[in-house]
Design a protein around this ligand. Structure first.
Ligand code: TEU
Ligand code: CA
Length: 545
């Protein structure tokens, strides 16, 4: 699949994200692993996905569950070894599935040999692989904060210097200004391309160019110079997809990253829709109600701004985000209908859809006790907010709503012990609702959420309009319906979603009866009252022009 010329295969592909630690445990240690993923390739092929994005499986002390890499060219023993990785790449190929690796190039682990060397002395050849500032203990270079709490500067007494870390203390930022760092990383990327991987997800890629002295953490002046250099020296060699995580991306920046000339990446993950329900200028834990009109505006804006000038990723969930059916759907009475509606809404848009493990089953958030949480970000927040006097219930409400562990509870395969994820003690508690929500109950059920996703994936393959149709938002000011049209030279597609739990009348007047109903998440539509939509009802209509 990596042979020669670049194609844009990823434009009509659907990519599935696996958080390996929580996907399938094959050896009973309670942690998911590569052999577990190999066991589930038939499941993934049945769903119809084209590629799997693996969250990091490289050697790591697991301070941030693998996003702290101590050897980019070896596999952490909890997941397996390099032979298992090569076998996964080959076995996946037999299932027509490409493997996308998750590269963390902004920072390494403090247990990487580069950092161990760098800390030895200021004139060590590896010292400037990282970002250091001379100083005095207790006098921070500036007030930049780390992503998981506290200062972004860590004091090293032996050197009388601080090092910069945008995430945990054990994740020192790499110095991309140093050409030796860049060359080492490019060599490593090419090593993985030569192993036949299908692409890369690039962790916080807009943070690799930063200006800490000016409090600039992302989108620094040299960012696209670095991306272009990396792309030309690595990604452009193979028929691979690249997707950069870019929390700070605007459509203009995303057009640079996903320039159709292939000079940078294939696409980015942008988060403007995700942060819509966060209080302005506050932390992620301080939630505000979602503005539905803003959600429609933001997603439509991104569709229009990247049309024929870039490429969108389409996602609700990932390993850092709460489960969308709990977050913006309805995970009680209308869990199935709302999960399907959210899937239809997203998969009808232009871009590459990403399905996060369990999203295709309608897995939900889990409201645990604090001792059941494992995520460094969640645990640091608990400590910080307890210390700041927040009430236990306020803290736990925020954690239940938006902790990253909501996405990291084990995949729910069946109704057997631990949801069939492990025969051992799971590293994190299984969501107690697994007897009701699991893959075994859904794979062969025509009315399941799994079958809804499988149907949408198949539709995307059958009808070009999903890939090339121009997007137009309909009913922009309607407070209930998210409706849009896709159009190309000879086809039209209408996606109409009742986003809420009340029956409602859709004010769109079209000759619906003359169109082909490609999908509806309810069994029957009342013919004489075709404009009446049940709670969370979603329909996809198609017609030739
Ligand atoms: O996430 C970057 C990031 O900013 C998120 O951690 C986000 O800020 C946080 O989850 C609040 O929503 C990437 C990875 O996806 C994440 O898992 C890593 O923890 C982080 O980078 C550091 O590598
Ligand atoms: Ca295991």
């Amino acid at each position: 699949m990596n042979e020669g010329k670049k194609t844009d295969w990823w434009k009509n592909a659907v990519i599935y994200q696996i958080y390996p630690r929580s996907f399938k445990d094959s050896n009973g240690d309670g942690i998911g692993d590569l052999n577990g993923i190999i066991q589930k390739l038939d499941y993934l092929e049945n769903l119809g996905i084209d590629a799997v994005w693996l969250s990091p499986v490289f050697k790591s002390p697991q301070d941030d569950n693998g996003y702290d890499i101590s050897d980019y060219q070896d596999i952490d023993p909890i997941f397996g070894n390099l032979d298992d990785m090569e076998r996964l790449i080959q076995e996946a190929k037999k299932h027509n599935i490409r493997i996308i690796m998750d590269l963390v190039l902004n920072h390494s682990s403090d247990e990487h040999r580069w950092f161990i060397e760098a800390k030895k002395s200021k004139d060590n050849p590896y010292h400037n692989y990282y970002i250091w500032r001379d100083g005095e203990e207790g006098v921070l270079p500036n007030n930049m904060k780390a992503g998981f709490g506290g200062s972004a500067w860590e004091w090293v007494p032996e050197l009388k210097q601080y090092y910069f870390h945008q995430f945990s203390v054990k994740q020192p930022d790499l110095n991309w200004e140093n050409p030796k760092v860049r060359e080492e990383l490019y060599t490593m990327i090419n090593w993985w391309i030569d192993k036949g991987v299908g692409g890369f997800r690039l962790d916080v890629i807009d943070q690799i160019a930063k200006e800490p002295d000016k409090n600039i953490k992302e989108n620094g002046p040299r960012l696209h110079e670095f991306i272009k250099e990396m792309s030309s020296k690595t990604f452009q060699r193979g028929d691979i997809v690249t997707v950069g995580e870019a929390w700070g991306a605007t459509p203009e920046i995303a057009r640079m990253f996903s320039n159709p000339d292939g000079s940078e990446l294939s696409m980015v993950f942008q988060f403007e829709h995700i942060i819509l329900d966060r209080q302005e200028g506050k932390e992620k834990w301080d939630l505000a109600p979602l503005s539905f009109i803003k959600l429609k505006k933001v997603l439509s804006y991104w569709q229009q701004e990247l049309f024929q000038r870039g490429w969108n990723s389409l996602f609700w969930d990932n390993h850092d985000l709460p489960r969308v059916v709990s977050y913006w759907g309805n995970d009680t009475e209308y869990r199935v209908q709302s999960a399907k509606m959210l899937a239809v809404l997203l998969h009808g848009m232009q871009g590459t859809p990403y399905i996060y493990q369990g999203e295709e089953l309608g897995m939900t958030n889990a409201a645990y006790e604090i001792e059941d949480y494992r995520d460094i970000e969640t645990l640091n927040m608990y400590k910080e907010r307890k210390g700041a006097g927040y009430s236990e219930s306020d803290i736990m409400d925020s954690i239940h709503a938006i902790s990253r562990d909501n996405a990291r509870t084990p995949m729910q395969w069946d109704s057997s012990a631990n949801a069939g994820f492990t025969h051992g003690k799971p590293w994190i508690k299984v969501n107690p609702n697994y007897k009701k929500i699991n893959a075994a109950d859904q794979i062969d059920n025509p009315d399941s959420i799994f079958t809804c996703y499988k149907t949408l994936i198949a539709l995307r393959k059958k009808y070009n309009i999903f890939v090339d149709g121009q997007f137009e938002l309909l009913l922009p000011d309607d407070n209930t319906f998210f409706a849009y049209k896709r159009q190309n030279q000879n086809e039209k597609l209408y996606v109409i979603c009742n986003f809420y739990d009340e029956t409602a009348i859709c004010k769109l007047d079209k000759d619906w009866e003359k169109m082909e109903l490609l999908y509806c998440n309810y069994k029957e539509i009342s013919k004489d009252k075709i404009n009446i939509y049940k709670p969370y009802e979603a329909r996809v209509y198609y017609c030739h022009i």
